[in-house]
Ligand binder design. Structure first.
Ligand code: ATP
Length: 217
């Protein structure tokens, strides 16, 4: 179990904080807005109404002892940067920061934070990908052109044999899941069913060709 500080409890910060709690970590949440703190206080280990641009406040809350801090202050770039500077001064090694603009990103790069997050852009890319390939429920980019993709089968694939779907495709199936059962080695003659899940790995072009099999929906 690790200890995290989430600074700024708007919709992004609150989601990060509650997800970390769900993963059984300790989370101290800080926001200058009483309303946000009160709405989440019961779910977090500790929730505090405080101005995160005040270094003394951060020290009093022992933020320096956290394993990592997420700075999720969005609109007020000055407050975000001041808070990051204090966290760095306090010796915190892992600082993840939500950036709102190019200028904000550039300054954070110079400050040497661990990770800069652009939730809206990241979500935009994911929404575009899902619209483009509706059968892809999750994907992970290995490098520019190489992906691991989770595909949920639809009615149109029901009754197809595994090899009919996968043959002549230079993608590798890492696993097949049906209900609770997971198979890592798949019989080419296995008959697929609606809602089966396949996790496949490959380059973008072969994955695109595979996606055409799903275009009937
Ligand atoms: P989101 O998209 O996550 O809802 P946002 O990007 O629109 O948020 P803001 O709403 O500006 O960003 O900021 C997120 C939170 O940070 C708000 O709840 C705000 O009250 C809080 N916040 C802003 N400045 C400070 C500060 N100096 N100290 C603590 N919290 C702050």
């Amino acid at each position: 179990m690790a200890q995290f500080a989430v600074i700024g409890l708007g919709s992004f910060g609150a989601t990060v904080a509650t997800e970390l709690i769900g993963l059984h970590h300790d989370v101290i949440g800080i926001d200058s807005n009483k309303k946000y703190v009160e709405s989440i206080s019961e779910q977090l280990t500790h929730a505090v109404i405080a101005d995160a641009t005040d270094e003394h406040v951060l020290q009093e809350l022992n933020i320096q002892n956290c394993d990592a801090a997420v700075v999720a202050i969005g609109e007020d770039i000055e407050a975000s940067i001041l808070c990051v500077l204090h966290l760095k001064n306090m010796g915190l090694k892992k600082i993840w920061v939500k950036a709102k603009s190019k200028a904000h990103h550039m300054i954070l790069t110079h400050l040497g934070v661990t990770k800069i997050i652009h939730p809206e852009e990241d979500m935009g890319v994911r929404v575009a990908q899902s619209l483009s390939y509706p059968m892809v429920s999750r994907y992970m980019v290995l490098d520019d052109d190489h992906y691991i993709v989770k595909v949920q089968l639809k009615e149109a694939q029901n009754g197809m044999r595994f090899h009919q779907l996968m043959d002549q495709n230079e993608v590798r199936t890492l696993l097949h899941k049906r209900g609770p059962e997971i198979l890592f080695s798949i019989d080419p003659n296995m008959i697929l069913q609606t809602n089966d899940i396949l996790v496949v790995e490959g380059l973008l072009e072969p994955l695109r060709r595979l996606a055409k099999h799903f275009k009937t929906e």
